[in-house]
Design a protein around this ligand. Sequence first.
Ligand SMILES: C[S@@+](CC[C@H](N)C(=O)[O-])C[C@H]1O[C@@H](n2cnc3c(N)ncnc32)[C@H](O)[C@@H]1O
Length: 373
Amino acid sequence: MSMGMRRAWTGLCEFFQVGTWPWFDANDAMDDLMPWGRGSLAQRQQPQGGGKKPDMPEDPSSSSRNLPFYHQPVLLQEVLDALLPAPGKLIFDGTLGGGGHTEALLQHGADIVAMDQDDEALAYARARLASYGSRFCALKGNFRNFASVLSEAGVGGLDGMLIDIGVSSRHLDAAERGFSFAKDGPLDMRMDMMSPLTAADIVNTWQQEDIERILRENAEEQNARRIARAICQDRVRKPFTSTLQLAEMIARVCPKHGKKHPATLTFQALRCEVNAELPALREFLAQAPRWLKPGARLVVITFHSIEDRIVKHAFQNYAAPFIDRPEWPAQKLNPNHCLKLITKKPLEASETELQANPRARSARLRAAERLPA
Ligand SMILES: C[S@@+](CC[C@H](N)C(=O)[O-])C[C@H]1O[C@@H](n2cnc3c(N)ncnc32)[C@H](O)[C@@H]1O
């Protein structure tokens, strides 16, 4: 790590410890959110372990051994191949989740500054990765705001950036978070429990046209009108409070075709809206390339075609040397040209990975590299 980068990193870690941001005051509360063990900031900053090297566990693969299952990272080898982690590199992970990708990057020697908007994910990953000491720093926040968070903390350029968007397995498995149509829970779906809008607010209070619009825009649901109408008719008799109540109503009005549950796309659309997932992705992509040092890589993993299309178009826009319009007499230099595509087509999980982790089946990875200045 260069002196400048080391200074920025130390600043970030000190900033983190001083706790001037509101979410740092909630550190103890966050430990309480984590029913599986405590991973306080003090532990993270001062790893235990006698003569052991402080920031590299003896057996790094064992760090989550005493923690319950949270999430299986997808396309892990592909992420490593794309980001090329190594000692001295500083990589941003905007979707820390259970810390699986971050841990693999740490094991390859990179330092990580990570973000997640979910307190439970932060608490879990901090506990899991405590033994990496000051090489790992986890911040609460939405990756759409990463630029202001990192610049406030004194971080300049990055050697790599990763976002692996959407929900974690923990979100789907925890009925009380309300993400799954297969488990009964409150109609919530917030990743950040401090944000004001829940899925219940949308289905119980929004106009039919607005519900129909988000079903189309966020999930390309063919039955958008029929489902929106049924939601608005049913809620007069009884407001929607639970995931199964909504899923069963949709199954009644849209009989099942094929393997997919008829509520799959409605749940996707509501989750996207509650967490403003598409605007967050667009805002991240608008700023990310500026943060990459020359030769540094940007990796985005998506889970449905709408997200992948947004990433594809953004990458194409940054990778085109020239732009052209029918009304222009000649093509012009593209002022946004700053990336080279590493993946012409998105990478997908191998058969072996799918066997081990069927939830990887919709994952698509795109990567690009910052051109020299
Ligand atoms: C698919 S999981 C990431 C899993 C992680 N890569 C791992 O290996 O465990 C997505 C995570 O990103 C978080 N997330 C999603 N959108 C986010 C956003 N806009 N800002 C910050 N975190 C976000 C979710 O809370 C969730 O924990």
